[in-house]
Design a protein around this ligand. Structure first.
Ligand SMILES: *[C@@H]1O[C@H](CO)[C@@H](O)[C@H](O)[C@H]1NC(C)=O
Ligand SMILES: *[C@@H]1O[C@H](CO)[C@@H](O)[C@H](O)[C@H]1NC(C)=O
Ligand SMILES: *[C@@H]1O[C@H](CO)[C@@H](O)[C@H](O)[C@H]1NC(C)=O
Ligand SMILES: *[C@@H]1O[C@H](CO)[C@@H](O)[C@H](O)[C@H]1NC(C)=O
Length: 443
């Protein structure tokens, strides 16, 4: 099972992103070092043989001149912040090697386990209620391990500050942060970001789901927890937009008072300031409530069909030049949804993108869409389609193309995961990362 692509933990074990709290002290930032003590009292648990503090936390550094042109704290990730970090050994992982790689459990990370992600309608009533109560807990529990970045002005480092957020909000923030326009020579380029519109799209989102899934496992002590997926193929309307599932919307698009997520608010709402990061973090009053308006947007009349998914899977090339929204006849752009899956040529909104637009409201404001928990079940299904493609074509990291998209090169770290994962290594079967999918409606 592990022969196809031994998931390279090149530098630093597993994901576990965003600024570890203990690495945001002025001392840590000044020395560009993120090697926190593990519970044995040594950095990276080195006394217990878990890992070691090492130099060099980027696989392919840009030349200094390039870095100046693209003055952007995320580029060359995580060099702007840290040069030294933990390299974890064996099955250990995490920012201080205190965690296990995905798929491993136990104090010594020697217990292997594969969880099964099921269609949300395959869950029993009890399982579904448990899922929603776990989400509520993640939304209200302050992350002990991570803080998020907020700025008054992205041009001025002295306005950067790290603030507390709940576990769910750290997840929502990761997506938002990856999507802010890139600062190039003093102007913002909104045609590129670090999670979309290029070959990074499927793997980047896979890491995001793994992050929140593991965070919830740790929070609840439930190692069997797996994110469910929403198989939207052929749906006439959003049949999970009811109060039994993700909530009905009222006339204004807010979630019904009797639904599970009625009181949820979006971190980083008012996202449309390209020159700042998440100004509303920590300010409840300024955060918008979730909203959703399924089926109302005239640009998308229906959810993707069974045939759309089948057509998407027929493209054997993972991605093709120019590796952006105009790429034709390839799986990535069809899946992401800038391409008509059947001909692979016509540029139109489909698949992943059309589900965001169809659901409307928070989900259609893509940078902050991760605030709506329906994002999880949507992306878990997108990931299932990715997994089906990996299986069909027996794909390997060599299928990830060289390309000129910033932050999307095969050897660059997926941004902003910390520690680092190489983009190309995410062309890898899910069973190598500790999860599989149930069968549902013939897939
Ligand atoms: C990692 O876990 C596997 C599976 O449980 C175990 O056989 C192996 O010894 C562990 N590796 C290390 C280095 O501890
Ligand atoms: C940024 O500006 C420099 C100097 O004007 C120029 O040489 C370089 O090509 C520009 N970079 C980009 C990516 O536009
Ligand atoms: C979806 O369509 C079905 C059948 O047409 C209908 O009964 C149901 O109320 C609709 N649900 C929503 C959320 O609109
Ligand atoms: C995609 O890349 C091509 C080639 O570099 C470029 O001409 C085109 O403008 C890009 N499309 C978008 C929407 O950025």
């Amino acid at each position: 099972m592990f022969t196809l692509c031994a998931f390279f933990v090149l530098f630093l074990g597993v994901v576990h992103c965003q600024f570890p709290r203990s690495c945001t002290t002025s001392g840590a930032l000044r020395s560009k070092t993120c090697c926190p003590l593990w519970k044995d009292g040594s950095p990276c648990g080195s006394q217990s043989g878990r890992g070691q503090c090492m130099n060099g936390v980027v696989f392919k550094a840009l030349a200094a001149g390039q870095v100046r042109q693209f003055y952007d704290d995320r580029l060359n990730w995580p060099r702007f912040y840290y040069d030294r970090a933990c390299k974890c050994f064996g099955n250990y992982s995490g920012y201080n090697c205190g965690q296990c790689k995905y798929g491993y459990y136990g104090d010594n990370c020697d217990r292997q386990k594969t969880v099964v992600r099921k269609e949300i309608r395959q869950l029993s009533l009890l399982e579904r209620k448990r899922f929603f109560s776990y989400l509520a807990l993640a939304k209200t529990t302050r992350s002990a391990d991570f803080v998020i970045l907020s700025t008054g002005n992205r041009h001025h480092q002295n306005t950067y500050r790290f603030v507390d957020a709940s576990i769910y909000d750290v997840f929502a923030w990761i997506h938002y942060y990856s999507m802010k326009p890139i600062l190039i020579n003093g102007t913002f380029d909104s045609n590129t970001n670090y999670a979309h519109q290029g070959p990074v799209f499927p793997g980047w989102h896979r890491l995001a789901l793994l992050f929140i899934e593991r965070q919830i496992q740790l929070l609840t002590g439930d190692e069997d927890f797996a994110i469910p997926y929403y198989d939207w193929r052929g749906e006439k309307n959003c049949s999970i937009c009811t109060n039994e599932f993700f909530g009905e919307s009222n006339e204004q698009g807010f979630l019904d008072d009797d639904s599970f997520f009625a009181s949820w608010k979006s971190i980083c709402s008012g996202f449309d300031y390209s020159d700042a990061y998440c100004q509303t973090a920590g300010d409840e009053c300024q955060m918008e409530k979730l909203h959703r308006k399924p089926g109302v947007d005239p640009r998308v009349k229906s959810l993707p069909s069974f045939q759309d998914v089948e057509d998407t899977l027929k493209w054997r090339d993972f991605d093709r030049p120019p590796y952006n929204v105009s790429s034709q006849k390839n799986f990535r752009n069809a899946l992401e949804g800038f391409l008509r899956p059947s001909d692979g040529i016509t540029l139109e909104r489909n698949m992943h993108n059309s589900v965001h637009i169809y659901l409307g409201g928070t989900m259609s404001q893509v940078p902050i869409s991760s605030n709506d928990p329906i994002f999880l079940v949507h992306h878990a299904f997108v990931d299932k389609i990715f997994e089906e493609w990996l299986r069909r074509y027996n794909s390997t990291p060599q299928n990830y193309p060289e390309n000129d998209k910033l932050g999307q090169g095969p050897n660059e770290c997926a941004i902003p995961y910390f520690p680092c994962y190489r983009n190309k290594d995410l062309i890898c079967r899910s069973s190598n990362m500790g999860y599989t999918f149930s069968n549902y409606q013939g897939m």
